[in-house]
Write a protein that binds this ligand. Structure first.
Ligand SMILES: [Zn+2]
Length: 550
């Protein structure tokens, strides 16, 4: 048993009664059901704090593939996106944002989401009793802004009166049980119609005024996404954390091929902020951020103006443009620009994973270009055009260097896990952030002890998000448990499923060596199978609990 506290693991029975841990040790009594966990590690269930399962949970009460990776609690409402609060006629504004930023198919949202709520509390109530995992929600700035400004939320800053109305919505949501508030200033985050997501139009005055509500209530986490990872944002996070006294999270601390020293500067900056007594946690992902794309459907190039314009054109016009020598000059100039970018611009790191030409399968674009005796960019475009834009590529911009990853993932100022579960569902599946940590980084690369890894997946997150009696194995705590084999645990390659509404396709991800996932004392997942039981509950924040107590 590894209990989440970082104490060394030890051999013990874990007794469960009425959804909670009854006792731990050499237990005598009898039980209705006994699970033989010899050879397995029993740990607290993992808490995935960065998901976009807001919609999926409405048709999939487990948020699959979360339980397959030992996750017992998921937190929604990240990156400014949430399905509540919802103003009259506001549905389309939220769909517009989710479809493009989180790349969730429109048909799935249209068929899968029945809008049976207005307030944030109504949304949480719509989930209560219908979920297999525990769910915590954050209030999304985009939803709050549309509620008050309507369609103009994507066009202008707010007036003082509007800010007051938004503050009231944030307060109402927090008092109904939100675990925090999220915002999004990522300059690459646009809606389906090409407009910026609403939160990008908020100035500091608005954003600080909304975050002040959390300070006034002394409750909740402030989750932010500003776009490119840099160090010059750190004073801004520090200011927000100092002003509110609340934990601020930002993304992300990462090793990137195009900026190999950045992560160390970020960690040094974080150490300084925490030394001053302020909490500004950097998020980090455990797996190389792998994306699949084709020139039919790609977000990879949105940061380059000519590329982005072309990707928004209808397909016939897009093909014509990609074929034009004149346009290629511009495409090439975009990539030659020395401005920092997410895309590493290295054709030797882009792999061809679907093509009609067997010679090129599994090869890098650079190698394919050499075979074709062409320049890499021309070869990339020509092959795609020859194959009706169906050629599919895979690329990872981040997460390559094991030494850097070790220092990042061990840092006490870093929260592990940007699973983005429920998002980018046709571009990748990174549900396995936890099984990647346990398999790749703990077992294979030995970057940290198992006890530290479990702590980072459980009690650290429960503590930052203020989840009472979760994230540790202690008598009286909720029996959210994960049972896995440390010698085999690992994520599988993502695979296609057609289990989204309207039969839309998405990538799911199984695991190996993860044997049981138990929520509030009930097995929801065992060796590849979901049980069908729905023991999950909505985890409400301290502002709601204090309100209920009063
Ligand atoms: Zn996100």
């Amino acid at each position: 048993m590894v209990d989440g506290s970082r104490l060394p693991g030890y051999r013990a029975d874990v007794g469960v009664r009425d959804g909670r841990i009854a006792d731990i040790g050499r237990l005598q009594g009898s039980a209705a059901r006994t699970i033989d966990a010899s050879g397995l590690v029993v740990s607290p269930g993992f808490i995935d704090h960065h998901t976009h399962l807001d919609a999926q949970l409405l048709w999939d009460p487990y948020g699959t593939s979360a339980p397959e990776h030992g996750v017992t609690t998921v937190i929604t409402g990240n990156c400014g996106l949430a399905l509540a609060p919802l103003g009259p006629g506001g549905e389309e504004e939220l769909v517009q944002s989710f479809v493009r930023v989180e790349a969730i198919p429109r048909q799935a949202l249209e068929q899968g989401v029945q809008w049976r709520w207005h307030s944030f509390g109504d949304y949480l109530d719509a989930l209560e009793g219908r979920i297999g995992v525990n769910v915590g929600g954050q209030i999304g700035h985009i939803a709050v802004r549309h509620h008050v400004l309507g369609a103009e939320a994507t066009e202008r800053t707010a007036t003082p009166g509007e800010i007051e109305r938004m503050r009231a919505l944030v307060r109402e949501g927090m008092e109904a049980g939100a675990l925090g508030f999220s915002t999004n200033r990522n300059p690459r985050h646009n809606r389906e119609d090409g407009k910026p997501v609403a939160s990008r139009l908020a100035d500091d005055a608005e954003l600080f005024a909304l975050c002040d509500v959390l300070a006034e209530l002394n409750s909740g986490v402030i989750q932010t996404i500003l776009g490119l990872s840099k160090t010059d944002h750190l004073p801004w996070y520090e200011q927000l954390a100092r002003r509110t006294g609340r934990p601020v999270t930002w993304q992300s601390v990462q090793h990137r091929w195009i900026a190999p020293d950045l992560w160390r500067q970020q960690l040094d900056g974080l150490a300084g902020i925490f030394a001053g007594g302020h909490q500004a946690y950097g998020l980090a992902m455990t797996m190389p951020l792998t994306r699949h794309f084709s020139l039919k459907n790609a977000q990879a190039f949105d940061e380059f103006p000519t590329w982005k314009t072309l990707m928004f054109l209808p397909e016939p016009a897009r093909k014509e443009a990609f074929a034009s020598a004149e346009t290629r000059v511009k495409l090439r100039a975009d990539l030659a620009d020395s401005k920092p970018s997410n895309f590493h611009k290295r054709w030797d790191l882009v792999t061809i994973i679907k093509t009609r030409d067997p010679r090129f399968l599994g090869k890098s674009v650079a190698d394919m270009a050499a075979i074709r005796q062409q320049d890499a960019l021309d070869a990339f475009l020509d092959l795609s055009l020859e194959e009706d834009l169906e050629t599919t590529f895979e690329s990872a911009n981040t997460g390559g260097d094991p030494e850097a990853m070790g220092e990042i993932l061990r840092s006490p100022y870093v929260l592990i896990g940007i699973s983005d579960a429920g998002a980018h569902v046709q571009f990748g599946a990174t549900f396995g952030y936890s099984t990647t940590l346990l398999g790749l980084w703990v077992r294979e690369r030995q970057i940290m002890p198992l006890e530290q890894a479990i702590h980072k997946l459980t009690f650290q997150v429960a503590s930052v998000y203020g989840l009472p009696q979760r994230g540790l194995l202690r008598p009286g705590y909720w029996a959210d448990l994960t049972l896995f084999d440390p010698s085999t645990v690992r994520p599988c390659e993502p695979e296609w499923a057609e289990d989204y509404p309207a039969n839309t396709r998405r990538l799911v991800q199984r695991s190996e060596g993860l044997h049981y996932t138990i929520v509030n004392g009930q097995v929801i997942y065992q060796d590849g199978r979901l049980s069908g039981d729905l023991p999950g509950t909505v985890l409400r924040g301290t502002a709601a609990r204090e309100r209920a107590a009063a």
